[in-house]
Design a protein around this ligand. Structure first.
Ligand code: PMP
Length: 391
């Protein structure tokens, strides 16, 4: 067989293509609501103040870059666990955590653990979901099934349809749930819906895998983590993939963690040993810098306070843009209830193209917008371009 002949062409990343088009656009008034990073009111994605401070200290204080271990910075994972759960529940001997390269790494090593633990398990993901979910599980050898999720009419969750579809789930199947700020729709489960999902998972022996990538960017750290916390308390086994890349704006430093809860302490120890072995074969050890920075921030009351206040400003700005958009047209009203960076506009791909060609407004074909791409200087133009296309 000729060398490399089994390789197939790959779909180019649609968002990267969009970035290139936006960059090539010479119009001064162009608006980028495509790329999925936070932007401040000047359109920048700055390094957070607390991160800069911690980095300065880190450079001054770090005396060695010798290896840590496959679980990375243990104090980082401990502090992060306390931020999401509570000090007591972190000490639960049915739970463990490890540092991973971003939320993506947490999902990937978690998926590998699950396929190793339950070779026949399948994963259920929402339709739509973050486009990388299915490929991550596929690479780990797990088949993906989708359940209905978004109700485009109400801009909310089609919860009954979701539950009906999950009737088909088998014991041991995995249910991927966005902890808050669903990507791409901005929807979030209510407390009652989390309870119903927890009851379903317990009753049917399903394993929730919570993806918490926008902690603190919805309503606040406590409410954004409440669903995940409640779910982990209610079921025997669960996984949680955490990303610090948005809420600490550390994107390229790749900071995340995986938390696993097993039905018993011995099974947790077994799962931990297997997860570390899998991590060794995937990346050996996670990159240190970003996690060390997060550890220093969470360990220092002043830095922690400053991080929380900057995070609050980010969240408040996002929600202010949401309120303004929602007020512009009844069809946009759900955007005020949605949370996080993303919402999905009720427009078709032709309209997405027309907005790009006629107004220099850039978003992917599914109508997902990054609310952080809007600011006081451009939101008027954005609404003006959009309104004629709403029914
Ligand atoms: N899950 C979701 C829902 C995301 O949107 C993202 C980032 N786009 C991730 C996980 C992965 O985050 P990270 O960059 O930390 O790998």
């Amino acid at each position: 067989q000729p060398i490399f002949s089994a390789l197939r062409p790959q779909q180019p990343d649609a968002l990267l293509a969009l970035i290139a088009m936006h960059r090539a656009d010479q119009r001064g008034e162009k608006i980028d609501v495509g790329v999925g990073v936070y932007r401040d009111r000047s359109g920048l994605t700055p390094v957070m103040r607390a991160v800069k401070m911690a980095e300065t200290r880190l450079v001054a204080q770090q005396s060695s870059k010798s290896y840590l271990g496959s679980d990375g910075d243990i104090r980082f994972t401990q502090l992060l666990g306390e931020l999401i759960f509570s000090a007591q529940s972190v000490d639960d001997d049915r739970r463990f955590g490890l540092q991973t390269p971003g939320g993506t790494g947490a999902l990937r090593v978690g998926a590998a653990l699950l396929t190793r633990a339950m070779p026949d398990a399948r994963v259920w993901v929402s339709q739509p979901t973050w486009p990388n979910h299915a490929p991550i599980f596929a690479e780990a050898g797990m088949a993906t099934l989708t359940h209905p999720y978004f109700d485009a009419k109400t801009g909310g969750i089609a919860f009954d349809l979701m539950l009906t579809a999950l009737d088909e789930a088998r014991a041991g199947d995995v249910v991927l749930l966005h902890g808050c700020c669903h990507n791409p729709t901005g929807t979030q489960f209510s407390v009652e819906q989390w309870q119903a999902l927890a009851a379903l998972c317990s009753l049917r022996g399903l394993i929730p895998f919570i993806d918490l990538a926008y902690h603190g960017l919805g309503d606040d750290l406590a409410p954004d983590g409440a669903g995940a916390r409640m779910m982990m308390e209610a079921v025997p086994a669960a996984l949680l993939a955490y990303s610090c890349d948005k809420n600490f704006a550390l994107y390229r430093d790749r900071v995340g963690a995986l938390f696993v809860q097993a039905p018993s302490a011995p099974l947790a120890e077994m799962a931990r040993a297997n997860t570390l072995a899998l991590a060794r074969s995937l990346w050996s050890m996670p990159p240190d810098h970003g996690a060390a920075v997060v550890r220093m921030i969470l360990d220092d009351p002043a830095l922690r306070k400053d991080w929380r206040s900057e995070l609050e400003r980010m969240r408040t700005r996002l929600n202010r843009m949401r309120t303004a958009l929602a007020a512009a047209h009844p069809l946009l009203a759900p955007i005020a209830r949605q949370r996080g960076l993303f919402s999905r506009l009720p427009i078709d791909p032709q309209t997405v193209e027309a907005l790009r060609d006629h107004h220099g407004i850039y978003m992917p074909a599914d109508g997902r917008i990054n609310v952080a791409g809007l600011n006081d200087a451009n939101i008027g133009r954005f609404i003006e371009g959009l309104l004629p296309h709403l029914e």
